[in-house]
Write a protein that binds this ligand. Sequence first.
Ligand SMILES: NC(=O)c1ccc[n+]([C@@H]2O[C@H](COP(=O)([O-])OP(=O)(O)OC[C@H]3O[C@@H](n4cnc5c(N)ncnc54)[C@H](OP(=O)(O)O)[C@@H]3O)[C@@H](O)[C@H]2O)c1
Length: 244
Amino acid sequence: MKLKGKVAIITGGTLGIGEAIATEFAKEGAQLIILGRNFDRGQTISSNLSASCGVSCEFYQTDFNDSKSIIETIKKIIEKHPKIDILVNNAGIATGGTVESLSEEQWDEIFRVNVKAPYLMCKYIVPVMRANGSGSIINIGSSAGLVGAWGLHAYSATKGAIIQLTKSMASQYAKDKIRVNALCPGATKTPLLEKVDHEFIKMIPMQRMADPSEIAKGAVYLASDDSSFMTGANLVIDGGFTAV
Ligand SMILES: NC(=O)c1ccc[n+]([C@@H]2O[C@H](COP(=O)([O-])OP(=O)(O)OC[C@H]3O[C@@H](n4cnc5c(N)ncnc54)[C@H](OP(=O)(O)O)[C@@H]3O)[C@@H](O)[C@H]2O)c1
């Protein structure tokens, strides 16, 4: 097992890619801490993974649109877990719109959830990792952070920001043995991407969307010692979308 004995925080672990990452991490023996808003899903996923994989799994109800909620959760986690090995900043929203159509409120909300929340998680978890002498942080970006995204102006800007944050943090914290990498999925079958038209899928060289487990396996690689010399990198899993 690649993550046996490791303590992993996964934000947005209640659905989609985050749930798949939680599942793959549990199969690899990680002790899980899942964050999200949906209490029922969080509890159900935690008890199912504990039962099926024999790992401990806790859920903390947290709203990533609210700094106070995030900081309260982090304090509770740190009190209980002085050692945290892995942080996956996955929770995200994808409000559609252009600079003209997006309201200021929508713009601010997507930046709070997709950029400010990962910053707050890192702000408080990096010192814990440094004190323990190692850590792996995985920031979930997007192919939309690498190339422009039609009708998704704010989303694309948040994902570009997270990719750059990854590189800056990686260079800063390498001396502390904290690795920081981004994982950029392409179109993936989750509730976030409910309506994808056929024309869009034709633009993906592999002519299909990813299953969330295909993204989660990349997260296992970045979290584990298999990627021990990798930091500041960007693992793109997009069926070739950004290759052309
Ligand atoms: N699906 C794709 O095609 C795709 C492609 C590229 C990148 N991504 C990225 O991958 C990540 C996961 O996306 P997904 O497709 O799995 O999305 P999803 O199915 O909509 O799941 C989003 C997750 O984020 C959590 N979340 C959203 N807003 C939150 C908030 N205010 N507070 C706390 N948690 C919140 C949700 O938890 P609750 O509902 O419990 O709050 C849920 O667990 C995102 O960062 C997304 O940008 C997705």
